[in-house]
Design a protein around this ligand. Structure first.
Ligand code: ZN
Length: 80
């Protein structure tokens, strides 16, 4: 059984080799632990989901505003 460890540039500590992945960065290949990779992946997914919900909210708001405007016009039309 090997007690090999690798330095994780993300956590700045050594992790067991089987918990790390080699990744390529601008400055070369580095090792990073699976946990930090997963954490980054999740936070990016959350950010994307958040951005999507904001734009959905904005379009819903724009739609309800357009609805109010058309109702207003209809109201004026009916009063004539
Ligand atoms: Zn790490």
């Amino acid at each position: 059984m090997s007690a090999e460890t690798r330095y994780c540039y993300h956590c700045r500590v050594h992790h067991p080799a089987n918990e790390t992945r080699q990744i390529t960065t601008k400055t070369g290949t580095r090792w990073r632990c699976l946990r930090s990779i997963e954490a980054t992946r999740i936070s990016e997914a959350e950010r994307t989901a958040f951005g999507r919900s904001v734009s959905a909210m904005n379009s819903a708001e724009a739609q309800s505003r357009a609805q109010r405007v058309s109702e207003l016009h209809l109201d004026q039309w009916n009063r004539r």
